[in-house]
Design a binder for this molecule. Structure first.
Ligand code: IFM
Length: 450
């Protein structure tokens, strides 16, 4: 192909990728979900439990008493069950289980067993996350995820937990939003250990990819039938000026790094990511990594527009959450189409492991919820195998460096149901929703606002 034609084709396909997702399916009178579809919600230990000493509390970002989920889990799970939820995602706090290297706390483990049993008694299947941004202080002191050899400590923890809790768990997430963690903690420097070194961030991505592969094999050695994946944040990234080839180029680079490296490494069992001036991520073929994924977990929140300099912008004048994240439900359909290309290659289903927004007044959440569920329903009509939706979050919680100000919960910290919790209950119990309901709670989306 002549060089000009090649560049023109690349540029044109970049341009076309920025068009709003074309709905292939129109809403029907009742949008039914497949039988057995999982309705649920997600939390993470440090954000809700309270009383945890780890690298965050040591770094001055102490979640304190949390929202006392550690002691109030019974009533929280009762609320989830009443809401019609059948899947609940929680994380196991490594610092509780292994407060000192090699010393495992049987009491903490027994407590998590009680929590898992309580879920099961209420007809809710647990999904357990093993690394959700927090580590014990002793692990951080040894260099944490920046040191390749330290992964052995994580795999020792995974071995212990999967042996002790495996009989109660089918769904596992090895890691949560690994690339977000790597860049917040080691490039942006806003999360512990507050480093600003892009090469370190890339190294952490590499170590987390490899740690995932090991954890996958360890869990499967305990239970061949377990379903093991990881929760990957996928933000829809589009060029700020769709006609500008430099914006397109930077978007492609960021999409690959932030959204696809993990999936690609697992599909091929190897990775070679090279950007001039930065440390490459090179993983030679590794059979423990190859195809180490039983489902694709997606955390979807928003979209960013990417400039040639690499900045991530929010379109001005569009509906946003309290955290200024654009509400862009159409993006979820686009993300699901992208994920489906990987799901087809690996022959695995997809689960939305997180989706939600900060909205204390619950003004946007009902429309947000319905619009995103509508996008999922459309994806399912297109044949994309989405098997579950977990709302972030069941409860208001500790939003990392932002603290407690922003409210993501279906329930508030006093366990009052927000109106959207009732709405979610209605949807989960009916396994779908009517067009009339969808139209009752419109969410003015970004593309409509243009
Ligand atoms: O609170 C976080 C969660 O821990 C990971 N995903 C995004 C959520 C909202 O920021």
């Amino acid at each position: 192909m002549p060089r000009f034609t090649l560049w023109f084709t690349i540029w044109l396909s970049g341009l076309l990728s920025t068009l709003p997702a074309k709905a292939s399916v129109q809403p029907t009178d009742f949008m039914a979900f497949p039988q057995g579809f999982h309705w649920g919600s997600a939390t993470a230990a440090y954000q809700v439990e309270g009383g945890i000493q780890n690298n965050w509390s040591a770094a001055g970002l102490d979640a304190g008493a949390g929202v006392e989920h550690w002691t109030r889990y019974e009533e929280d799970f009762t609320a989830a069950a009443e809401m019609g939820q059948s899947l609940y995602r929680l994380s196991i706090e490594w610092a509780r289980i292994e407060p000192r290297p090699g010393e495992f706390d049987a009491g903490a483990l027994a407590h998590y067993r009680r929590m898992l049993r309580s879920l099961q008694a209420k007809g809710i299947q647990p999904m357990v996350t093993l690394f959700h941004f927090t580590v014990p202080t002793w692990f951080e002191a040894r260099g944490g995820w920046t040191v390749a050899e330290n992964s052995q400590y994580f795999t020792r923890f995974v071995t212990h937990v999967s042996r002790e809790l495996g009989d109660l768990v089918y769904y596992w997430n090895t890691v949560n939003e690994p690339v977000v963690y790597a860049f917040k903690s080691f490039d942006e420097g806003s999360w512990p250990p507050f480093k600003k070194d892009r090469n370190l961030a890339l190294r952490v991505v590499k170590h987390l990819i490899l740690a995932h592969g090991e954890a996958y094999r360890i869990i499967h050695a305990q239970d061949a039938l377990a379903s093991v994946g990881f929760a990957k944040n996928i933000t829809l990234l589009q060029p700020n000026w769709p006609l500008n080839p430099m914006d397109q180029l930077m978007t492609n680079l960021q999409s690959y790094l932030f959204n696809e490296t993990f999936w690609e490494a697992i599909e091929k069992g190897q990775l070679a990511f090279r950007v001039p001036g930065l440390e490459p991520i090179v993983i030679p073929y590794n059979d423990r990594l190859h195809k180490s994924m039983d489902f694709i977990g997606i955390n979807y929140y928003t979209r960013y527009l990417i400039t040639a300099s690499g900045a991530q912008r929010t379109q001005p004048g569009v509906p946003v959450s309290e955290l200024n994240w654009e509400l862009y439900p159409e993006g979820l359909l686009q993300v699901l189409r992208l994920a489906n290309t990987h799901a087809q290659r690996l022959r695995v289903p997809i689960i939305i492991t997180e989706n939600g927004l900060a909205d204390a007044e619950d003004q946007l959440r009902p429309g947000f919820l319905l619009a995103h569920l509508h996008a999922i329903w459309q994806a399912i009509q297109e044949g994309i195998p989405v098997q579950g939706y977990l709302h972030w979050s069941l409860l208001d919680n500790f939003e990392w460096a932002e603290g407690y100000e922003h409210k993501f919960g279906l329930l508030d910290a006093d366990r009052q149901w927000r109106p959207s919790a009732r709405l979610y209950q209605q949807i989960a119990r009916n396994n779908g929703f009517s067009r009339q309901l969808l139209e009752t709670y419109p969410l003015q989306s970004a593309s409509q606002a243009h």
